[in-house]
Design a binder for this molecule. Structure first.
Ligand code: F55
Length: 827
C-alpha cells in the first residue's frame, strides 16, 4: 500500500498514541502533518514543509508528556515555582527536542527516507529571539535544567511579535532589520485563543467605605487589553517530564467590536485594537540600559497581571486559605523587570481578597525572590513617578504605602542615620521623583541573589550595602550555569561522542562526571583525538566564514573569539587595540607574529548606543585594512560575523581556541559565554571579574589566562584620579595604535571618523580603564600565543578546561535555587 495515502497515514496514527509510537512512524507522522496540518501535497514536500511537519510531530509527543507532568504536579500538591522574565532566548528547538526525547536517530532515518538530512532540515528553523543576551539566555538554560530536575516550574514571559533585531553589517556598520519570526507560522507552540486574561491600565482610583466600614479602593475607567496564552514546551532530558513556557500575546478586548456600532467610528475602533495589540509587538533591544518608555512599563505589567491571574487561578483550585500561598507558590523575579508583581499581589490580596495589609504583606514577602544581574548604575531600573501614576495609579499608591511602612521600620532600626532613609527609599526624591525598582524588589522579596560569588559580594558590599545591613539574611549567591545538553551535547556532537566513549553518558545529567576525563589529559592518543575533533570544528567554522564573509582563514590558526553584546564595559575596544598592535609588529617585521591568528568578533549593539556601534565600525574598518594588506597574509585575519544569536553561538563555541572575557573588573556580573567556551575546550583570556574568578578556581591558573586590574584596584585608581594619558605617553606601542586610529589609518576616506573613540580614552576619562589594562593584556596574549605553539600542552589545557567545568552546569545552579531559595523538590 502507498504509505502516503490519507488512509494509510490515518491508519498508522490510530495504531498507537504518539508517546508510545514505535520509532519508525515518525516518518508517517511527518507526512500526516504535511497533509493535514499544513495542507500540502505530501508526495514531494519541500525542506521547510518537512521541518514544520517534523516540529508538529514532536509537539504531539511533547504535549502528551506535558499533560502527564501537570497531572503529577497537581496530584502531589507540589509547591510551584514561577519564573518571571521579560526575556527568554531559547534558541532553535528542533535538535534540543530530539535529544531530550531520544528521537535523534529516528528523525535522521525518517528524514533520510524523505530525501533530507537532519542538518538541512534543522537549518530551516528560525530561532525565537525573545531576549537581548545573557539574561534571556540564562532564563532558557534554567528552564532546561528545571525540566531535567523535574521541578514543578513554569516559565512566564511575553510573546513578542518582533524579537531582537536581525543585525546586518553594511559598509562596516550595524544595520537593524525587523525580526519577523512568526512569519513562518508557529509549529512549536499552542496558541490558546480561548484562554485569555484581561489586563487593565490607566484609569483612576476611587476610595470608598463599605458596609463594614472598611476603606476600599477601586480602579475606575482605564482601558483593558487581553492577554492570550501561547505555550511552548521544554522537555527534560530523557525523563518524560515537560515544562511549559507560557508567553502572553496582547489581543484587543472584544468591546471594540461593538463600540463602533454605537459611535459609527469603525476605523477609530480598529485603530484602538491595533494600539492595544502593540503591547507585545516588540522586544526592547537595550541591554544594561533600560529605556524608560511607557510601552515598556505596560509590557512589564502586562506580563505580571496575566501571570498573577494564572497563578491565583491555579491556587484557588485547591481551595486552601490565603495564608498557605507562600507554602504553595514561589515567584522568581528575573531582574527587576517584573517587580511590579509585588504591588500587584498586594493589590489582589488587599483590594480584592480584602485581607488586612499586614497579612497580605506577610504573604508577599514570603512569596517573592529576586535575582540581580548587573551593578552598572545606568542599568538599575527607575520609573518617573508621573508616568507610573498615569499607567498604574493604584500600584503607585501601594508602593507608597509599602515605602511608608518600610521607612518607618528602618527609622526604628537605625535611629541615628537620618540620611539612610532617603538612600533606601523606594522613591528617589529630587527635581523629579522616580520609583526605584531594585529597592522595591529587595524590600518585597525574601531572597536577593547575585549571579557569581564575586558579583554577590559586590552587591553586599557596595550597591545594596545598606539593604544588606537591614536584611542580611536575604542576600545570597547563586553562581550562573549553562545547560550541557545544548552547550556540549547538541552544539558539539563529535566532542560529546568522544567524551561519552571514554566516560559514558552520565555527564549529560551530572556534569561533574567530566572529571573522569582528567586521567586522559596526559594520554597522547586521547590528545590527538581531541585535537582532531577540534580541528574539524574549526574547519567547519572556516567554511561558514568563507561563505558569509568571503574571507579565507587557516583552520590551524589560533581562533581568538570575542562574541557577546557590544558594550563599552565588555571592552571589545581593548581587543581591537591589541589586534592593531599585532598588525604593527608584523608590519615592522613580517616574521614577528609567532603564531597565525584569526580574530573573530560578533555581537549586537543597542540601536541607540552610539559608542558601541562606532566600535563595531572600527573593528570592521581594522579588519578590512588587515585582511587586504598583502604583508600580513595568513598571519592575521579579522572577521566580524553578523547577527550573533544562539544559532550562531552554537557554531562558534566548538571551534574556539581562545575565549575573550575581558570586562573591566567589577562590571560583568557573571558572564555565561565564558562557561560555554570552556566547556567546549577553549581557553579563557580574561579579567578578574564575574564567574571568571570561579572558573580560575576550578580549572587552575595554568589553564586560564587572567590579567589586569582587580575590582578594588579599579576603584582605588578611580578614587586616586586615574589619568589615562600617562599610559599613552609611556607606552610607545599603545601610542602608535591610538595615533593610527585618530589619524585615519583605518578610515582613509574620512580621517576623523574614529577620532572620538580615542578621545573617549584620552580626554574623557577612559571610564572602562582600557588603557590601564592594555599592557598586561598584551603580555597575557603573548603567553597565550606561546602556549598555542606547544600543541600537546594546549590539548592538555583544553581537555582540563572541559573536564573541570562540571560546577558550571545550570543543573547545579537550579539545584541550589530549588533547595536554598525555593524550597521545592523534583516531582
Ligand atoms: C536586558 C534588559 C534590560 Cl532593561 C537590562 C538588562 C538586560 C540584560 O540583558 N542584562 C543582562 O544580560 N545581564 C547579564 O546577565 C547575565 C546572566 O546573569 C550575566 O551573566 C551577565 O554578566 C549580565 O551582564
Amino acid at each position: 500500500m502507498d504509505s502516503t495515502t490519507p488512509e494509510a497515514l490515518a491508519g498508522m496514527r490510530e495504531t498507537a498514541s504518539p508517546a508510545t509510537l514505535p520509532a519508525d512512524t515518525l516518518k508517517a507522522d511527518i507526512l500526516w502533518h504535511v497533509l493535514y496540518s499544513l495542507g500540502r501535497d505530501n508526495e514531494r514536500p519541500d525542506r521547510q514543509t518537512v521541518f514544520r511537519a517534523l516540529a508538529l510531530a514532536l509537539r504531539d509527543r511533547l504535549v502528551e508528556k506535558w499533560i502527564a507532568s501537570q497531572r503529577a504536579i497537581y496530584a502531589k500538591s507540589s509547591k510551584r515555582v514561577y519564573y518571571l522574565s521579560l526575556e527568554f532566548l531559547p534558541g532553535p528547538f528542533l535538535r534540543q527536542n530530539l535529544i531530550a526525547l531520544g528521537l535523534e536517530k529516528e528523525a535522521r532515518d525518517a528524514l533520510t527516507e524523505l530525501g533530507f538530512t537532519l542538518d538541512d532540515v534543522a537549518g530551516e528553523e528560525w530561532e525565537p529571539g525573545l531576549g537581548n543576551g545573557g539574561l534571556g539566555r540564562l532564563a532558557s538554560c534554567y528552564l532546561d535544567s528545571m525540566a531535567a530536575l523535574r521541578l514543578p516550574a513554569y516559565g512566564y514571559g511575553i510573546r513578542y511579535a518582533f524579537g531582537i533585531f536581525h543585525q546586518l553589517i553594511r559598509d562596516g556598520q550595524q544595520v537593524e532589520r525587523a525580526d519577523n519570526w512568526l512569519r513562518g507560522g508557529q509549529h512549536w507552540e499552542f496558541e490558546r485563543t480561548h484562554y485569555m486574561h484581561p489586563v487593565r491600565f490607566y484609569g483612576s482610583v476611587r476610595e470608598w467605605v463599605d458596609e463594614q466600614g472598611r476603606l476600599r479602593h477601586t480602579l475606575e475607567g482605564g482601558s483593558t487589553v487581553m492577554a492570550m496564552a501561547c505555550d511552548m514546551f521544554i522537555p527534560g532530558y530523557r525523563n518524560d517530564y515537560v515544562l511549559n513556557m507560557r508567553l502572553w500575546a496582547a489581543k484587543s478586548s472584544r468591546e471594540f467590536e461593538f463600540s463602533f456600532f454605537n459611535t459609527g467610528d469603525y476605523i477609530g475602533a480598529v485603530e484602538k485594537k491595533i494600539r492595544d495589540e502593540n503591547i507585545s509587538m516588540v522586544l526592547y533591544p537595550n541591554d544594561e540600559a533600560p529605556e524608560g518608555k511607557e510601552l515598556r512599563l505596560k509590557q512589564q505589567f502586562f506580563l505580571v497581571s496575566a501571570t498573577m491571574q494564572d497563578i491565583v487561578r491555579r491556587f484557588r483550585k485547591k481551595g486552601v486559605a490565603w495564608d498557605q500561598f507562600p507554602r504553595k507558590n514561589v515567584i522568581h523575579l528575573n531582574e527587576t523587570h517584573p517587580a511590579v508583581a509585588i504591588p500587584e499581589l498586594m493589590r489582589l490580596l488587599v483590594d480584592e481578597e480584602l485581607l488586612p495589609w499586614e497579612e497580605a504583606w506577610y504573604i508577599c514577602v514570603r512569596t517573592f525572590a529576586y535575582t540581580n544581574h548587573t551593578v552598572l548604575p545606568e542599568a538599575l531600573e527607575v520609573w518617573p513617578e508621573e508616568l507610573f501614576r498615569k499607567v498604574l495609579p493604584r500600584h503607585l499608591q501601594i508602593i507608597y504605602e509599602i515605602n511608608r511602612r518600610f521607612l518607618h521600620d528602618v527609622r526604628r532600626q537605625f535611629p541615628h542615620d537620618p540620611g539612610l532613609l532617603a538612600r533606601v527609599s523606594l522613591i528617589h526624591e529630587g527635581e523629579q521623583r522616580f520609583v526605584r525598582m531594585s529597592h522595591l524588589a529587595i524590600v518585597g522579596s525574601f531572597s536577593v541573589n547575585g549571579v557569581s560569588a564575586h558579583h554577590s559580594n559586590i552587591i553586599k558590599e557596595s550597591i545594596f550595602n545598606e539593604f544588606y545591613k537591614i536584611f542580611p539574611e536575604r542576600f545570597n549567591n547563586k553562581t550562573n550555569g549553562i545547560t550541557p545538553r545544548r552547550w556540549l551535547r547538541q552544539c558539539n556532537p563529535t566532542l560529546a561522542w568522544l567524551i561519552t566513549e571514554h566516560i559514558g553518558t552520565e555527564w549529560l545529567t551530572d556534569l561533574e562526571q567530566l572529571k573522569k576525563l582528567e586521567p586522559y589529559a596526559e594520554s597522547a592518543g586521547f590528545q590527538k583525538a581531541w585535537m582532531e575533533v577540534r580541528l574539524r570544528n574549526k574547519q567547519k567554522l572556516a567554511e561558514y566564514i568563507h561563505a558569509k564573509n568571503g574571507i579565507t582563514i587557516l583552520p590551524e590558526s589560533l581562533y581568538d573569539v570575542h562574541v557577546k553584546r557590544f558594550h563599552e564595559y565588555k571592552r571589545q575596544l581593548l581587543n581591537i587595540l591589541h589586534v592593531i598592535t599585532l598588525y604593527n609588529r608584523i608590519r615592522r617585521d613580517p616574521d614577528a607574529g609567532i603564531v597565525p591568528r584569526t580574530f573573530i568578533f560578533g555581537g549586537k549593539a543597542a540601536p541607540g548606543y552610539y559608542m558601541a556601534k562606532h566600535i563595531i565600525q572600527l573593528i570592521n574598518a581594522v579588519g578590512y585594512t588587515i585582511n587586504t594588506d598583502p604583508r600580513v597574509g595568513d598571519m592575521l585575519k579579522v572577521v566580524f560575523l553578523q547577527n550573533y544569536c544562539v544559532t550562531l553561538a552554537e557554531r562558534i563555541m566548538p571551534a574556539t581556541d581562545l575565549s575573550e572575557q575581558i570586562s573591566t573588573a567589577g562590571m560583568e556580573a557573571s558572564g555565561t559565554g565564558n562557561m560555554k567556551f570552556a566547556l567546549n575546550g577553549a581557553i579563557t583570556i580574561g579579567t578578574h571579574d564575574g564567574a571568571n574568578i570561579e572558573m580560575l578556581e576550578h580549572v587552575g591558573d595554568e589553564n586560564l589566562f587572567l590579567f589586569g586590574l582587580l575590582s578594588h584596584e579599579v576603584e582605588d585608581l578611580r578614587r586616586q584620579g586615574y589619568n589615562p594619558r600617562t599610559f599613552y605617553e609611556t607606552d610607545s606601542e599603545l601610542r602608535e595604535v591610538l595615533d593610527m586610529i585618530s589619524g585615519g589609518y583605518f578610515s582613509p576616506g574620512d580621517p576623523h571618523m574614529f577620532r572620538d573613540i580615542v578621545e573617549s580614552l584620552l580626554n574623557h576619562g577612559d571610564r572602562y580603564m582600557v588603557l590601564a589594562d592594555f599592557r598586561s593584556y598584551a603580555y597575557r596574549q603573548q603567553d597565550a600565543a606561546r602556549a598555542y605553539l606547544d600543541q600537546p600542552g594546549w590539548a592538555r589545557r583544553s581537555m582540563l578546561n572541559t573536564a573541570r567545568m562540571g560546577f558550571f552546569s545550570s543543573d547545579r545552579s537550579m539545584g541550589e535555587y530549588a533547595r536554598d531559595i525555593w524550597g521545592v523538590e523534583g516531582v
